[in-house]
Design a protein around this ligand. Structure first.
Ligand code: MN
Length: 259
């Protein structure tokens, strides 16, 4: 049975919607296609426009999925990691920030794996107490170009994979990746360890040092695996971990019922 993977929806303006607001809740097609190719069953979960609904929605969503995808999106509000906004910060989305932080905490407490990509890895790092570069180009000396001008399905820079990481058996020492970010993880949160970095030292992947529940990735394998098949292993490994935890959580809850 395919494990169910929740993808948090983003909200974007759609000029074809003739109402106010003219927004739609969306998830990029490649998440759906890649999760299906890797053995998962995707569902998309929208956040509420009303902040007061967040706790209730998070608790109601939690039993509906086995693993969580935190996708790319807008900048994380820097006050969430103790900084005032720099001149280079882009628009943040407070309801999305608050919803994802609450969902991350609940998902982690429920022993279900999480996979954050780009902004998704940033909010994951912030949830564990880490910090971000608000703007790599102006805040990090000698940073290479991470906001690629080339179309996003093409790789533009290399990353080195940490030999003892969980990522290493999947990709080997080095990978060639796409790069569509102007922010990046700066100080890793509690219980997180480096898994890959660019040659300018930018953190490109991290994982939990305490369990196999957390993966943060700065690049987008969902746009690369068609030409670079090993990139699909990152999703397949996520699905494997989700399936293992689903089984373990089920066994634990059955055990509790019997007792
Ligand atoms: Mn990059």
């Amino acid at each position: 049975m395919r494990p169910i993977i929740a993808i948090v929806a983003d909200v974007i303006e759609d000029p074809s919607v003739n109402t106010k607001p003219n927004t739609v809740d969306i998830s990029p097609t490649m998440f759906k296609d890649t999760l299906l190719a890797a053995g998962g069953l995707p569902i998309v979960v929208p956040y509420p426009s009303q902040l007061s609904l967040i706790p209730e929605m998070v608790q109601a969503y939690l039993p509906l999925f086995d693993g969580l995808i935190l996708p790319g999106g807008p900048d994380v509000d820097p006050t969430l990691y103790g900084e005032e906004p720099s001149q280079e910060i882009g628009p943040a989305n407070p309801p999305l920030d608050q919803f994802e932080l609450a969902l991350i905490r609940a998902t982690y407490a429920a022993n279900k794996p999480m996979f954050g990509l780009c902004r998704g890895s940033h909010i994951l790092n912030v949830a564990f107490g880490g910090t971000l570069y608000q703007d790599l180009a102006t805040q990090k000396k000698a940073a290479i170009r991470h906001l690629q001008r080339t179309s996003g399905e093409y790789p533009t820079h290399h990353v080195s994979i940490v030999p003892q990481s969980r990522l290493h058996p999947l990709l080997g020492d080095r990978a060639y990746v796409n790069s569509r970010h102007h922010q990046a993880t700066r100080r890793l949160g509690n219980g997180l360890r480096l898994a890959a970095q660019a040659n300018d030292g930018t953190i490109e992947a991290f994982e939990s040092s305490e369990n196999d529940l957390v993966l943060g990735l700065q690049w987008h394998p969902e746009n690369l695996w068609q030409e670079d098949p090993p990139q699909l292993r990152i999703y397949a490994d996520f699905i494997d971990r989700v399936s293992a935890h689903r089984q373990a959580n089920l066994t634990a809850s059955l055990g509790a019922t019997v007792l």
